[in-house]
Ligand binder design. Structure first.
Ligand code: ZN
Length: 130
């Protein structure tokens, strides 16, 4: 598994994009992902930083920010097959948030592993090319 991006929860996406541009990390892609209640912006180059803002107060990221404030939210790894990787992770004892892949940003399929088994770090699996 190679690092695909580092997810960072932000309150104000425009402000966060501008702040990263100032340190030389240019906007690569921006998209609303309705299935996850978020708007995301990828900045820099692979492995990207994914800035994640909730689109409504009930979204997972909005709740995360309410509880813990903005900051590092998840690590995402590219895998050749999410279905195979989820099966492998389940056999290894990881708790799955998603039993099946769901649509993510950039047309990728994604799935999340519970942070409880990962030292408090939320892990995202990314299968590119959809
Ligand atoms: Zn992500």
């Amino acid at each position: 598994m190679k690092l695909h991006h580092v997810g960072v929860a932000v309150r104000d996406l425009d402000e966060a994009i501008a702040r990263h541009a100032k340190i030389g990390l240019k906007l690569a892609h921006r998209e609303v992902v309705p299935s996850q209640g978020v708007e995301v912006a990828f900045v820099g180059e692979r492995p990207w930083i994914e800035l994640v803002a909730g689109t409504h107060p009930g979204s997972g990221v909005s709740k995360f920010i309410d509880k813990r404030g903005p900051g590092q939210h998840h690590l995402a790894f590219a895998v050749p097959s999410i279905i195979e990787e989820l099966a492998r992770q389940e056999r290894a004892g990881a708790q799955l948030i998603d039993k099946a892949p769901r649509p993510g940003a950039w047309g990728h399929h994604v799935a999340f592993l519970h942070p409880k088994d990962q030292g408090g770090v939320l892990i995202e699996l990314v299968e590119e090319g959809h």
